[in-house]
Ligand binder design. Structure first.
Ligand code: FES
Length: 477
């Protein structure tokens, strides 16, 4: 995975002989190691700008993204060696965060050698100097970063042309979507939903049912809130019940039932695992899903690559035998193209309307990071830098949390597909940490947990089969 701006770099700026490298150093070990390098007269290039932090676990990946966009050619992060963190486990959490961030940046087309993670202790002054020399050389070899917002804004037209090339030549191909959902007898499923919800409301087991009712204007199922058994007939079910309903649970009081497709049920699991909901306050009426379609009879984006047809958790499952002998449809997509052209192509379409954020179950913060003024994450006008920051920051927030409902892409009027980044990270997390968001109440969320022996693939000195150029000379020192 290489960035595609080599040509532009040579045209855009002279080869950088003075790269700027932002170094986040934990105060207890790496900062002290840098100090020791100084007192021990171990020389290293003056290209790093040190930011002292209390612990590597305190470094928000957004700091790294922001540094790259705001003008750094490279970023170095260093903390205490695993097991030596002064806050016991800060660097174990950081290790996962950085590993996943590195994967995300690679999927967006960032060169792997721009961002480096490593461990340096307070007694390793000469190692600190060696690490800085090595990182500086690698960043120098890459030249000025093409991801600085200044560069991207200056070369806006070139990048637009490049991204148009991408659109013409490299549009992702999906395998055909099996539209068996159009053959499913939805009225049988709907009748069972209505009957079960009526029973739950009459018995006082739940106060409210969140489900779908018919919208005359669009023909879609739209969210409805039923709090009386006599109104349960309003509930419908078909392959136009598109919205992810899980977010509405956060606004309910008392026990609430939810009619949940697999992606809705997975979102409920995430809410519970993230302590946003209590398990006892939710009653999940699971329903097998065969994929949703829009008003043009086209499959929804999230359904094209969905691999989960039956809700992984439920309190009651609408009987699959009612729909006959249909086999679940397993969606697949061709392997994605991860390049900066593709990334630029997608964010080029974005108008920063934030409808993806509004429709996403996982974006439930009261104030989104991009709207915060303390610290001020955004970079002023809606330029490429701000778009990169928003999409990379949001993708980072959804790492290990995306339930792949596709609501973001479905809500986007400009057709921006940033899900491919998150999908790549989700696959990586599943392969590396054996975790897929929302599949089980028992599994610890990947980004909120760690294992002592987590892989350090991608860290300086530890070779990565996928990115062999990362291997340095520091392993096992
Ligand atoms: Fe150094 Fe936590 S105190 S990494």
């Amino acid at each position: 995975m290489q960035a595609d701006f080599s040509q532009d770099k040579s045209e855009a700026a002279p080869a950088g002989d003075d790269p700027k490298i932002v170094a986040f150093l934990c105060t207890w070990c790496s900062y002290a190691g840098a100090d020791l390098a100084g007192t021990g007269r171990n020389q290293y290039p003056p290209n790093i700008r040190v930011i002292r932090v209390p612990c590597s676990g305190r470094i928000n990946p957004l700091y790294i993204i922001k540094a790259l966009i705001e003008g750094a050619d490279g970023v170095m992060v260093s903390g205490c060696h695993p097991g030596d963190c002064h806050y016991l486990v800060g660097n174990y959490h950081a290790r996962r965060r950085f590993t996943v961030l590195k994967k995300l940046l690679a999927a967006a087309g960032f060169e792997q050698n721009r961002v480096h993670f490593t461990w340096v202790s307070a007694s390793e002054g000469s190692r600190f100097a060696d690490v800085v020399k090595d990182i500086t050389k690698k960043v120098l070899d890459l030249g000025p970063s093409p991801f600085k917002s200044d560069f991207v804004n200056t070369h806006f037209i070139d990048l637009q042309l490049q991204s148009n090339d991408y659109c013409k030549n490299e549009t992702e191909q999906y395998t055909s979507f099996d539209r068996r959902s159009s053959q499913v007898n939805f009225s049988l499923l709907q009748a069972q939903i209505v009957q079960h919800c009526r029973e739950q409301l009459e018995a006082g087991i739940v106060n409210t049912v969140i489900g779908y009712k018919h919208c005359e204007d669009t023909g879609n199922g739209i969210p409805c809130f039923i709090d009386s058994s006599i109104c349960s007939d309003e509930l419908i079910w078909n392959n136009r019940c598109i919205s992810n309903l899980a977010g509405y649970l956060l606004e309910q009081n008392g026990k609430t039932a939810i009619v949940a497709k697999p992606c809705d049920a997975r979102a409920v699991v995430c809410f519970i695992n993230e302590n946003q909901l209590k398990r006892d306050d939710v009653y999940i009426i699971g329903i097998t899903c065969f994929g949703m379609i829009n008003s043009f009879n086209e499959p929804l984006p999230g359904c094209l690559d969905c691999k989960v047809n039956i809700p992984p958790v439920y309190d009651f499952l609408i009987d699959v035998s009612l729909i006959g002998s249909y086999e679940p449809v397993i969606g697949t997509s061709q392997s994605s193209n991860y390049s900066s052209k593709r990334f630029i192509s997608e964010i080029n379409k974005c108008i920063l309307c934030f409808s993806c954020r509004q429709s996403c179950y996982g974006c439930y913060c009261n104030t989104c990071f991009i709207d915060r003024t303390e610290p001020d994450w955004q970079t002023g006008s809606p330029d490429f830098g701000k778009k990169m920051l928003y999409h990379l920051g949001r993708s980072n927030h959804l790492s290990g949390r995306c339930v792949e409902c596709g609501a973001c892409e479905n809500a986007c009027a400009s057709g921006v597909d940033i899900r491919y980044l998150i999908r790549s990270v989700s696959d990586f997390i599943e392969n590396t940490y054996d975790y897929r968001a929302g599949m089980s109440f028992e599994a610890d969320p990947a980004m909120l947990s760690f294992k002592i022996d987590d892989s350090e693939t991608g860290f300086l000195g530890f070779s990565d089969p996928e990115y062999p150029d990362i291997a340095g000379g520091y392993a096992n020192e």
